[in-house]
Each structure stands twice: as structure tokens, then as C-alpha cells.
Design a protein around this ligand. Structure first.
Ligand SMILES: [Zn+2]
Length: 384
């Protein structure tokens, strides 16, 4: 900016500017003062009053501290207009100076008082705005607090624990990171055994260390800890499979395996325990069937089905219109597994079984996708 450009309205900050109402005064950066021509006392007083009016108008429009600050330096500051005028009192006759000085001082006092009033009004308005924005309407009804509930997997696991606890089974916990030996070899699957293909395995970068593909290594730990004492344990926990995730299979899920070892344990004991479990878990009067199956660590091996709890055996989408639900796998502990883990197979026998709590919940609640269990979607939890 420079020259003699005129500004209407508010002042433009800057060291070098021309203000419209000082027709004969030019404020320059170099000199920092107002040069006066043949001005009289009346001229100066008139100009002071004009500054007062303009300052009052501008102040009334200031709405925040930045604008207040700009206003202050424009009118009352060291380089402000009022000071600029007073600097030139020297060009007046000595007797005129006090009169003009008094007018200027009165204006200054007036403006300072109005400045303070305006600042207080702005602060008050800001406080009021904040109070409105943050106000609480105490007449509104409160937001209901939902009590929440346990995850469906946890609930299913607890149901299982209760049923087997009543039959004298203890809960036995074991690691999720296992050795190849415990996950496979001691369960009758030496390296290269084709049955290993039944489980797609997550191996770690440490040779021989893997994420357990089933809770069966927990049975090995239990046998090795308690042999040659009789055992009745269930082994719950998470297992990991290197599988494509689909509606029917997840890469992580829970299993509960059971193991009973003693001197006269028979397949009839296995059937009795599992029938008692099915009746308590799915309701009294369940019909069951056992189909022969294969697991490397049991002989003979079976799959257990019960009549569909959704359609009572008539056929529905959950049982794929067969009327049967497959609920677990089981069998008599393989003599080699007993022998590997401290029991004489000539003296001891045992049974083992394994089930998937998520699959059971799928069946029981008619859920059509196993991925809902761990997708953190609260709607699924509200549904069941
Ligand atoms: Zn059905």
C-alpha cells in the first residue's frame, strides 16, 4: 500500500496507509508522524472528534479479542491515530495546546472506558454461548444402560463344564503353542503320517513348534502328569487351523476334549457319558446314533449324531434335511497312545471325545455363519 489510496470503513493494518478522513495528513512509514499544513485548533479538535466517532463505531462491531486488539493499536496504540494527532500539537500556539490536549485526553479516557465495557460484553457473550452449547437438559429421560451378557462361546463352554463337572470331570488347561511331538507324535502320528493332513497347521519359525491344531495335546499333558493314576478330565481351549475362512470354518475356534482312563473303562461307559451329556445339553429324550469314523489316536472311532434339535428329526436347513446333527467325535484311546504316555494298555483302557462349542452354538441357535462369532459385531450378540 502506498500513495494516496483512500480506504473506506475499517482501517487496514499496516505501517504505511492513508486514512480518508485526514484530508491533509499523510502518515508515512519513514516519519511516523502527521504533517500538518495550515491547520487551526478547530481543525484538530474536529479531527479528534471524528476519530472518536469512528473509533466508537468500529468498537461496536468488534466481536472477539483479535478484533479488539486490532482496534486498540489502531486508535489508542503507540502508533495509533490519537497519538499521531497529539504528536503535532507543537504546531499550535502554546496557549492552544492545553485546550486541545484536554480534548484529546477526554477522548482517550472515553475510549478506554468503552473498550473495557466492550471487552466485558464479549467475554459475557462467549460464556453465554458456551453455557448454551454445553447445557444439560435434566428433564430428558436417561440413556438406558444395557447390562450386557457373556459371549455365546463362553456361555456354551460354561454349560459344557457344568455338565461334565457333575460326572466327575476336571478342567485341564494346556498351552496353545505346542511341540510337534505333543500335537502329533505322542498321539500316534509320527512324521510323515498321512493323518497329519487332517489338520492344516500353523508352524512357527522355530522348528518343531506350532499352534495346536486340536486340544488333544492337552490329553497328552494330562496323561503324563497323572499316569498311572485314573483320569477324568476335559480339556477346553482355542485351536488353530491354517484354513480358508468360510461360513463353515474359521482359522481359530474352541474345542473341548474329554478323556477318561481307568482299569475297566469300556465303550458302554463312553456311550453313557455322551448320552447323559446330550440329554442335558440339548434336552431330555434325545435320540443318538454312532457312526464309525477314523482318528489316529482312538480305536475304534465314532462320530455321534443326535436328532435335530431345531426340527426334532423332521428335516430343516440346519440339519440339511437329514434330521441328524453331528455333535462330536469319540473313540477308545488307542493302545499306542496309552503306552506312549505312561499307561500299560494291557491293564488300562480309556475313552476320549472332542466337540466344537461354536458349532454346537451354531446348531442350537440356528446361526448360519461361524464368522459371526469373532467379527465383533454386537448385533450377533444381541440376537442370541
Ligand atoms: Zn433339522
Amino acid at each position: 500500500m502506498g500513495g494516496t489510496t483512500e480506504y473506506a470503513g475499517n482501517f487496514v493494518p499496516g505501517d504505511e496507509c492513508v486514512v480518508s478522513f485526514f484530508d491533509s495528513f499523510v502518515l508515512t512509514k519513514q516519519e511516523g508522524s502527521i504533517h500538518m499544513g495550515n491547520t487551526t485548533r478547530e481543525d484538530i479538535v474536529q479531527q479528534l472528534e471524528q476519530v472518536l466517532r469512528e473509533a466508537q463505531t468500529t468498537l461496536a462491531q468488534a466481536n472477539n479479542s483479535e478484533q479488539i486488539q486490532a482496534w486498540h493499536s489502531e486508535y489508542l496504540g503507540r502508533k495509533g491515530q490519537l497519538t499521531g494527532i497529539l504528536r503535532n500539537l507543537g504546531s499550535l500556539a502554546p496557549e492552544e495546546r492545553p485546550q486541545v490536549g484536554k480534548v484529546a485526553n477526554d477522548i482517550k479516557v472515553t475510549l478506554e472506558a468503552e473498550l473495557q465495557a466492550r471487552q466485558e460484553a464479549i467475554a459475557q457473550a462467549a460464556l453465554e454461548a458456551m453455557r448454551r452449547a454445553e447445557s444439560v437438559d435434566i428433564t430428558l429421560p436417561g440413556r438406558p444402560q444395557t447390562p450386557g451378557k457373556l459371549h455365546i462361546t463362553t456361555r456354551t463352554l460354561r454349560d459344557i463344564y457344568m455338565i461334565f463337572a457333575e460326572m466327575g470331570f476336571q478342567i485341564y488347561e494346556s498351552p496353545e503353542v505346542e511341540t510337534d511331538e505333543y500335537n502329533f507324535q505322542l498321539l500316534n502320528m509320527p512324521p510323515g503320517h498321512p493323518a497329519r493332513d487332517m489338520w492344516d497347521t500353523f508352524y512357527t519359525t522355530t522348528p518343531g513348534l506350532l499352534l495346536r491344531t486340536h486340544t488333544s495335546p492337552g490329553q497328552v499333558h494330562a496323561m503324563r502328569q497323572y499316569a498311572p493314576e485314573p483320569i477324568r478330565v476335559i480339556v477346553p481351549g482355542k485351536v488353530y487351523r491354517y484354513e480358508q475362512v468360510t461360513a463353515r470354518s474359521e482359522s481359530m475356534f474352541n474345542q473341548v476334549e474329554g478323556l477318561a482312563i481307568g482299569k475297566h473303562v469300556t465303550f458302554s461307559d463312553l456311550k453313557g457319558v455322551l448320552m447323559n451329556y446330550a440329554n442335558q445339553m440339548y434336552g431330555e429324550g434325545r435320540v443318538a446314533r454312532f457312526r464309525k469314523s477314523y482318528f489316529p489316536f482312538t480305536e475304534p472311532s465314532v462320530e455321534m449324531d443326535i436328532d435335530c434339535v431345531i426340527c426334532n428329526g423332521k428335516g430343516c436347513p440346519i440339519c440339511k434335511y437329514s434330521g441328524w446333527l453331528e455333535i462330536l467325535g469319540a473313540g477308545m484311546v488307542h493302545p499306542l497312545v496309552l503306552q506312549y504316555n505312561g499307561y500299560d494298555p494291557g491293564e488300562f483302557s480309556g475313552f476320549a471325545f472332542g466337540m466344537g462349542p461354536e458349532r454346537m452354538a451354531l446348531q442350537k441357535y440356528g446361526i448360519d455363519d461361524i464368522r459371526y462369532f469373532y467379527s465383533n459385531d454386537a448385533r450377533m450378540l444381541e440376537r442370541v
